[in-house]
Design a protein around this ligand. Structure first.
Ligand SMILES: *[C@@H]1O[C@H](CO)[C@@H](O)[C@H](O)[C@H]1NC(C)=O
Ligand SMILES: *[C@@H]1O[C@H](CO)[C@@H](O)[C@H](O)[C@H]1NC(C)=O
Ligand SMILES: *[C@@H]1O[C@H](CO)[C@@H](O)[C@H](O)[C@H]1NC(C)=O
Ligand SMILES: *[C@@H]1O[C@H](CO)[C@@H](O)[C@H](O)[C@H]1NC(C)=O
Length: 479
């Protein structure tokens, strides 16, 4: 469907392309970065969305410039900043030269609600600027630490329900079920896991639609995503209503939704309307869902392929388990001891990054490497410009957690950036780390596993996906 529409459009577009090329020759202006805007309207969106992200970037870095190139994707002129220097420039110029920007598809899916009157201007503009960049309190280590016991028990329930007693499981769908039940407990305070996990397909559609062409035509990715978002909002609104009733009758709970329902927005002093809370919750649930599930899935895959690595993880996790009384839940300090396990996870994030990168907007004309990036252009950074560069990661296709060990040459700054960096470092990083390591602790202490299909194809679009859902055979663990 997507491709059919594109084909129909392209003949019309070809004509305007010729016109644009001609006009371009006549105009002289600031020196823009090298690169191609591709087709009119569509630009290079199709190549960007439906191919290996690494290839999209790698091809253009070789062809145009290894520091910055221009393109036209998702309806915008975009400068892609490359390499550690590009990452550094973006991460250190937040709110000075660049500001956050989200693709139109993402904006449309995540906001159903527009405030009727604009919020009152903040008292001190400097203060509000720093506020935008501060990590929300509920994702800070202290808050997450309090959630550890529930995280561990949710993980155990998940294992008992979906893994124990099975000889074969599909890792990817189960990981999604796991991350959704975790997120619905953490963000919404829900114990009925089914209520949100049954919407897994809708969440999948929304995740896919976040980077898409925002045409609401039946059959397209964006159309499916909008339908999914509507279903999710409906359920969230009913959860919010119930939460309010429960609060009104004196119930106490600690989740983030309760906090949002009960508190006024400190920036504006007003209570948030239900629809706005639902939008925010959908954003949080979506962000913590597919990315974490993808990381867990590829962790399971790489570890299955490397018994030597499995054994080292097992040794570390058995040690932690032994240090505790039977049935005693994991705590924050236990997670800090999972150093080797985290290094293995880091290598998974390097080889199959769950998040490619994010966009910014130029707040002013920016001069970079002798080129001008005009005000209003979008700027993109992506893990793909560094994570497989042999200069920083020798033998880049090899899965080698030892590259993070002390004694090995330290990685230059801004080369390893799976969570971004600077003031906008992914606020969910700690949450993701806890969820992944808690999962690993619980799975390794129960099973060893092997891949059912070692040659299973990996679809490498914006989020890498095993084509069959990563079936594995579960074996009793050797310890
Ligand atoms: C905001 O910061 C700028 C410098 O960054 C300073 O000149 C200005 O006075 C500050 N404004 C307020 C209201 O504090
Ligand atoms: C997820 O798990 C719950 C049980 O915890 C189950 O009822 C539900 O059907 C599962 N959802 C999916 C999409 O597998
Ligand atoms: C949209 O959803 C329908 C129904 O679930 C499905 O058949 C179709 O393949 C989806 N389209 C895309 C582009 O994913
Ligand atoms: C894990 O990586 C850190 C650096 O991130 C390093 O200091 C440490 O030695 C590594 N630990 C193990 C056990 O590999």
């Amino acid at each position: 469907m997507e491709l059919l529409l594109l084909a129909a459009l392209s003949s019309v577009l070809a004509l305007s392309l010729i016109f644009l090329l001609f006009r371009h020759k006549l105009s002289s202006g600031p020196k823009l970065p090298p690169g191609s805007f591709g087709w009119p309207v569509l630009g290079e969106t199709v190549e960007f969305l439906f191919g290996k992200p690494e290839k999209f970037v790698g091809d253009r870095m070789r062809k145009y410039s290894s520091s910055v190139f221009k393109t036209n994707i998702l309806g915008e002129k975009v400068a892609v900043f490359c390499g550690p220097a590009g990452n550094k420039f973006i991460f250190s110029n937040e709110q000075k030269l660049v500001t956050e920007w989200r693709p139109h598809s993402m904006q449309k899916l995540m906001r159903s609600y527009e405030a009727k009157s604009p919020p009152p201007p903040p008292i001190n503009p400097n203060e509000s600027k720093t506020k935008v960049l501060r990590q929300p309190g509920f994702l800070k280590p202290e808050a997450l630490s309090r959630f550890m016991e529930q995280m561990d028990s949710t993980t155990q329930q998940h294992m008992e329900f979906h893994w124990e007693g099975h000889s074969k499981v599909l890792v990817f769908p189960l990981s999604k079920n796991y991350t959704l039940s975790l997120a619905s407990k953490f963000f919404l305070g829900l114990n009925e896991h089914d209520r949100i996990t049954r919407l897994a397909k809708e969440f999948d559609d929304v995740s896919l639609g976040l980077h898409s062409i925002p045409w609401k035509i039946p059959g397209t990715i964006f159309y499916n995503a909008s339908q999914g978002a509507t279903e999710i909002r409906k359920e969230l609104l009913s959860v919010i209503r119930e939460k309010k009733e429960a609060l009104a009758s004196g119930a106490r709970s600690q989740d983030i939704l309760t906090y949002m329902v009960a508190a006024a927005d400190p920036a504006t002093g007003r209570m948030m309307p239900d629809v706005e809370i639902a939008d925010k919750m959908m954003g949080l649930l979506t962000a913590g869902y597919n990315t974490v599930a993808s990381a867990i899935t590829f962790l399971m895959k790489f570890v299955a392929e490397r018994p030597d690595i499995y054994n080292k993880i097992l040794a570390e996790q058995v040690e932690i388990k032994k240090s505790k009384n039977p049935g005693e839940p994991l705590v924050w300090e236990d997670i800090q001891k999972m150093k080797y396990s985290w290094n293995v996870t880091s290598e998974v994030l390097r080889l199959t990054p769950p998040l490619q990168g994010t966009f910014r907007e130029a707040m002013t004309d920016i001069t970079y490497e002798g080129y001008t990036i005009p005000k209003g252009w979008k700027i993109y950074w992506t893990v793909s410009t560094t994570n497989k560069d042999p200069t920083y990661f020798p033998d880049p296709e090899t899965f080698d957690p030892a590259r993070y060990e002390e004694g090995n040459a330290a990685l230059p700054p801004y080369t390893y950036v799976p969570f971004g960096g600077g003031p906008r470092l992914c606020p969910g990083k700690e949450y993701a780390r806890l969820a992944i390591l808690t999962f690993l602790h619980n799975v390794v202490n129960r099973f060893k596993w092997e891949l059912v299909d070692p040659k299973e194809k990996i679809v490498e679009d914006m989020i890498p996906t095993p084509s069959k859902g990563l079936p594995v055979r579960l074996l009793p663990h050797p310890a």
